[in-house]
Design a protein around this ligand. Structure first.
Ligand code: ATP
Ligand code: MG
Length: 557
């Protein structure tokens, strides 16, 4: 029995889906008897090139003369559709691409049509012809006998010589939308008496990646697999794709920044036995959809076929910021290439998801850049509100605050940390109260700030590692050292400009600093990892520090 897609090849121009621009032109050409002798059909696989060529042949060989509304049940038409017509020659250039094949064709072209119509030559995969074959074909294509019509079909027009393209009327076939593929699936399922749930149509249509043939091929597989009543599970089985529900759940975890939900989504994925690598691809495709929906402000028809799917897609897009979507796509791409190198797919998926859901757990530069972008965006939003007042709490309490009218925008005149140490004064005089910066963000970026300080002065960086930001109020950041780290606190005060510059660099805000010692046993500032003696020893070992006694004046290192 013929395969499903061949049984359901369009038998009339009206049943060709999604190529109206071509159907109309061919109809007119037939009606006006202006059919050209050579056509070039260009388009991706399974979009209807061969079907359209056969329909053209049927129209040109319709009894009583060429007509677009030919009767599909006419014997001549049936013969063309089944490939048994003597007047329609189908040649696959993938296997017949030599100059000899073309010579044979040239001889054949001279033959008069048996049925009194036109001899139609359909050359599929035309781009596979060899250069000498094209040369041999050129003359015939230029001046074929009156009764011959050539249809060259190709997915790769760029491989067809320009000399050939010039001699043809070219048609570009559109890539069908999900909806168009779904409509053909629905129509065929009805005609075949196949029960096909909507969600299954969506999945099959999506997995067909723009090919009607592939969609019908999958439907046929499903019927062979599970009979005429198709179940969603069968579709997942056959396509090996992740359950759309799982993809949405994982995205929901991203929306809610819920690490637990993210891990649970991975757990149910691996419990379902689906391919994790495929899930990462499907999830990336879903994130790309979210990104496009966010950019376009609506769900394009080509993205979904079920109303429920459309709503969920729009809902998630509205609750996620684009930065987070892009970052998640990046993290998944990193994960997928690690999987290619042999890493465990489940671990890579969990890692990518957790980093995406909890950026603070990811100290990579990418994550820092992402968070700085978030801060900058929030800053821009805050500035967009106009007349952000400096917090009164910042003024007159002995901390450096920016004089009124000082330039906004934290970054003017800021050099990399090490260079700044020389220019500390510049900083000291113009700290900008950071209204919108939250303590949580400072804590998130603290490791990066310490990295920057270490870049300028490794010892000060090491000392500050024991400290923790404990409060942020109107541009004043309080930093606490463990109760017995008087020495480190003193050093930090002497080098506050370094830390100020580093914080400016990573948060985009200039902060005044106040150092203090935590109360003994205060959980927020964990006990120092090194005792005072051990710390001094380490400073001497690692940084070549020398001890100076109490009464010596404080100095910058
Ligand atoms: N535009 C369309 N409308 C309806 N069904 C279509 C359409 N295009 C393709 N199909 C279905 O897909 C099957 C394969 O299509 P066809 O052979 O015309 O594709 P093609 O473009 O020639 O592909 P290829 O590039 O792989 O040769 C058809 O038999 C038909 O069932
Ligand atoms: Mg074809």
């Amino acid at each position: 029995m013929l395969s499903l897609y061949r049984r359901h090849r369009p038998r009339a121009f009206d049943s060709v889906v999604g190529q109206e621009h071509i159907v109309r032109t061919l109809r007119n050409a037939i009606g006006l008897d202006k059919v050209h002798h050579a056509y070039l059909f260009v388009g991706s696989r399974g979009t209807g090139k061969t079907s359209m060529a056969k329909l053209l042949a049927c129209a040109l060989n319709a009894p009583g003369g060429p007509r677009a509304d030919f009767a599909p049940d006419e014997p001549s038409c049936r013969a063309i559709m089944t490939g048994t017509s003597l007047d329609v020659v189908e040649m696959d250039a993938a296997s017949n691409n030599s100059v000899d094949d073309i010579r044979e064709l040239r001889e054949n072209v001279a033959l008069a049509p048996m049925g009194g119509g036109r001899r139609v030559y359909i050359l599929d995969e035309a781009h596979m012809l060899s250069a000498s074959a094209w040369n041999a074909f050129l003359k015939t294509l230029e001046e074929p006998p009156q009764h011959a019509v050539f249809v060259l079909a190709t997915t790769e027009a760029h491989k067809v010589p320009a000399t050939i393209i010039d001699r043809c009327h070219r048609f570009d076939f559109h890539r069908p939308s999900l909806e168009q593929i779904a409509s053909v699936l629905g129509r065929v399922a009805d005609e075949e008496g196949i029960e096909l749930p909507d969600a299954a149509v969506g999945m099959i249509a999506r997995s067909a990646t723009g090919s009607f043939r592939d969609a019908l091929g999958t439907l046929e597989q499903l019927v062979t697999y599970g009979g005429n009543s198709v179940e969603l599970d069968h579709v997942l089985e056959i396509l090996g794709v992740a359950d759309v529900g799982l993809v949405f759940d994982a995205a929901e975890a991203l929306v809610d920044q819920d690490a637990r939900a993210a891990l649970l989504a991975v757990e149910s994925l691996s419990a379902s036995g689906r391919d994790v690598g495929q899930f990462m691809r499907d999830f990336t495709a879903h994130l790309r959809h979210l990104f496009v929906v966010q950019t376009l402000g609506q769900v394009p028809d080509s993205f979904s076929v079920t109303a429920e799917h459309t709503d969920r897609l729009a809902g998630q897009a509205a609750r996620l910021d684009q930065g987070r979507v892009l970052r998640a796509i990046e993290l998944l791409a990193t994960g997928m290439s690690a999987v290619k190198e042999g890493s465990d797919p489940r671990v890579q998926l969990e890692l990518a998801l957790l980093k995406a859901v909890q950026p603070q757990s990811d100290l990579s530069l990418g994550a820092l850049v992402y968070r700085i972008e978030q801060l900058e965006r929030r800053l821009a939003v805050a500035e967009g509100t106009g007349g952000v007042e400096r917090s009164p709490s910042g003024a007159g309490n002995g901390h450096e605050t920016a004089p009124p009218g000082a330039p906004r925008g934290p970054r003017t005149g800021v050099a990399p940390v090490s260079a700044v140490s020389g220019g500390a004064t510049a900083l000291a005089t113009a700290p900008e109260p950071a209204q919108e910066l939250e303590l949580e963000s400072v804590r998130t970026l603290w490791p990066a700030a310490l990295d920057a300080v270490r870049g300028g002065n490794a010892m000060v960086g090491a000392l500050l590692a024991e400290a923790r930001p404990i409060a942020l109020d109107g541009g004043l950041l309080k930093v606490a050292f463990p109760a017995d780290c008087e020495f480190s606190k003193k050093k930090a005060e002497a080098n506050r400009a370094l830390l100020q510059a580093a914080l400016l660099q990573v948060t985009g805000s200039s902060l005044a600093l106040e150092f203090e010692l935590a109360e003994p046993g205060d959980e927020t500032v964990p006990a120092p990892t090194l005792s005072h003696e051990e710390l001094l020893e380490r400073l001497k070992q690692e940084f070549g520090a020398t001890e100076v006694f109490e009464d010596a004046p404080d100095q910058e290192d």
